[in-house]
Design a protein around this ligand. Structure first.
Ligand SMILES: O=C(O)[C@H]1O[C@H](OP(=O)(O)OP(=O)(O)OC[C@H]2O[C@@H](n3ccc(=O)[nH]c3=O)[C@H](O)[C@@H]2O)[C@H](O)[C@@H](O)[C@@H]1O
Length: 427
């Protein structure tokens, strides 16, 4: 309040110069504030937002001679007839198995994975550990990072790309729809953009899904059946992927093979899948929810064991014809294929539960609920005659045998995980 006391009580001539001075000061301040705001706005507009960083900016950590050396070493095939393959989603379930199988038979392999936290990242890191032991270098990056992809393709002339990076899971799409669009559509387009511009263009094999058959009633599902009735956003993005793949094949001469996987399970699997969390919950004595169809009919899946899927993936790579274009220009028609990779023996979910009870020797606490409208379909069943004919694909593992292998892995992985930090068991 003291300053108020010092204010002249009467206005007079003495006030005039002050008034003038104050006015100039105010204009100066206005100009400077305006300049400051402009600079701030310009800076704000040109600096990348967090989502832009996710969608396309390259991390400065990538690059340099040491990094390139690791890539070259990892992608060098053992013999001149070997493939040079980029595996996206390499720290994922199918990706890690496929990467190891390729490396084991002598192909050159580079892995790419964004290690997102859709499920426990420690499991993804453990898979990466196995790949590193086998000599596969895995880059921690997103398929939406265009400049990173371009950098990798500048270092290596890939003969093949197997694209397994995706946002998986049918039910999670209701919680996080954008994640499906980012990975399964935007990310796929980004990868195809790099592939189409590269010289030579690689042949591409990628993971579609049995879910594209949606609410179809005719079984077994054949590649010729309609796929325009998806029951989940996940299925819709996989169907969109198939359409996008066709466009890139048509315009740029990319050789593309889509594989419709049917509920793949096995060791090093995905914790978001029913067989995996049923096992965990049964062991812990936690109640599991088993869905049944509204009319009391069973809900069934054509569960397919991981080793069978890996054989299908390798056969798809080996039989893929070369892309015909180069540097973004088509030079002739290129191969476009789609195959079902299933087991051909649908099993009710109730049977999955009783098999787990038998293997674990624990009675499951179950709650039966009608199949909710959350993206799940009532049944899947693959007709695999096309894959049989063209790829020599023949699944050999029934659900009980596969689940035994899964449970053995599960117990050893999680027991040793709690006992020691190193979980370097072999596949
Ligand atoms: O075939 C495919 O393409 C898809 O297979 C699986 O999807 P899904 O077959 O639904 O596998 P789970 O989520 O493991 O469900 C298996 C079965 O268990 C049932 N379920 C699931 C969860 C639950 O709490 N209770 C239950 O009975 C489901 O209705 C379904 O019939 C994968 O999660 C998808 O990523 C993949 O694309």
């Amino acid at each position: 309040m003291l300053h108020l006391d010092r204010t002249p009580s009467t206005a007079g001539n003495k006030l005039k110069p002050d008034k003038f001075h104050n006015h100039r000061l105010r204009s100066k301040l206005t100009v400077w504030s305006f300049l400051f705001l402009t600079v701030f706005l310009v800076f704000f507009l040109i600096s990348p937002s967090p989502s832009a960083t996710f969608r396309g900016q390259s991390s400065p950590a990538f690059g340099g001679p040491q990094w390139e050396k690791q890539i070259v070493k990892s992608t060098r095939p053992r013999s001149t007839s070997g493939l040079t393959v980029l595996v996206t989603g390499a720290a994922g379930f199918v990706g890690s198995h496929v990467s190891l199988a390729l490396k084991k038979r002598g192909d050159g392999v580079l892995g790419l994975d964004n290690f997102n936290n859709y499920y426990e990242t420690s499991l993804k890191k453990a898979r990466k550990g196995l790949l590193e032991q086998a000599g596969v270098f895995v880059i921690d990056a997103d398929i939406n990072d265009k400049s990173l992809l371009d950098k990798i393709f500048n270092v290596v002339a890939f003969t093949h790309v197997i694209h397994l990076a995706a946002q998986a899971g049918v039910r999670y799409a209701m919680q996080n729809p954008n994640s499906y669009v980012d990975s399964n559509i935007a990310g796929f387009v980004n990868l195809l953009e790099t592939c189409k511009s590269s010289d030579p263009q690689p042949a591409i094999v990628w993971a579609s899904s049995s879910s594209v058959y949606g609410v179809n009633k005719k079984v077994p599902f054949s590649e010729k059946d309609r796929t325009d009735q998806p029951a989940s956003l996940y299925a819709a993005t996989k169907k969109a992927g198939e359409a996008i793949a066709h466009a890139y094949n048509h315009i740029y001469g990319l050789s593309i093979t889509g594989l419709r996987f049917f509920t793949v399970y096995g060791p090093w699997g995905r914790p978001d899948m029913a067989y995996f969390f049923f096992t965990r919950d049964i062991i812990r004595g936690k109640r599991i929810t088993v869905y049944e169809a509204p009319d009391g009919a069973s809900v069934a899946r054509d569960f397919t064991y991981i080793d069978d899927i890996v054989k299908g993936c390798l056969a798809a790579l080996d039989t893929a014809k070369k892309s015909t274009g180069s540097g973004g220009k088509k030079k002739g028609p290129a191969e476009f294929r789609i195959f079902n990779l299933g087991n051909t023996t649908p099993v009710p979910v109730s049977r999955l539960v009783s098999l787990l009870e038998k293997i674990l020797k624990v009675k499951a606490e179950t709650k039966v609920l009608p199949l909710p409208r959350n993206g799940d379909v009532q049944f899947t069943h693959a007709n695999i005659s096309l894959a049989q004919r063209e790829l020599g694909y023949m699944p050999t593992t029934d659900l009980e045998t596969g689940l035994k292998k899964f449970v053995r892995w599960y117990l050893s992985y999680y027991n040793s995980a709690s006992a020691s930090p190193s979980r370097k068991k072999n596949f």
